[in-house]
Design a protein around this ligand. Sequence first.
Ligand code: FMN
Length: 183
Amino acid sequence: MEKLAISDLENNAAYQNILSRTSIRRFADREVDGALKEAVVRAGMSAPSGVNMQPWEFVLIDDADILQALADALPYAKMTAAAPFAVAVCGNESRFLEGEDSTLWVQDVSAASENILLAAHALGLGAVWTCLYPHADRMKAASDILSLPEGIIPFSLIPVGYPEKEHAPICKWHPERMHRNRF
Ligand SMILES: Cc1cc2nc3c(=O)[nH]c(=O)nc-3n(C[C@H](O)[C@H](O)[C@H](O)COP(=O)(O)O)c2cc1C
């Protein structure tokens, strides 16, 4: 069998999508089709999770007043005001594991958040992960604005829209950080 070279992956769309994703914080003044919004949330729900608990809930926000209220309340998510929609990724306490695994939900909703970023990029959209959890003030603001019930923990807020302009991704490949077999 021929040896695979990295250059062989140049035409691999899924792989290139991962490498070319970058955070988008400025959005074009353009609506996003409802089917695309749902597709983005569906990608979040396709993430892996510990014991397949899927301990998450997603709030799809496309009401301009609510997007503005989130931007006003969240100092590191100001770009939400200009986004056509955003997804709040939340943990659902009733689906959290117990004991040593009780914090696994954080990994699960992180995987869901990354899936959303990658799906948005694959669909020609741009997105940025903004941080709610574990900041109590940001979580309280998001809970109040989104009317989250008891036991639903706001984790990340991801504004999504068509990018205002193209952005080159940051190159993060540091071969010296890849260790073989032992560190
Ligand atoms: C856990 C986490 C929290 C983040 N919080 C914020 C945030 O609150 N506001 C923001 O503008 N970007 C936030 N980011 C985006 C990072 O700044 C961004 O991913 C990083 O600078 C690398 O850039 P890239 O996404 O373009 O590769 C967050 C990313 C992660 C993974």
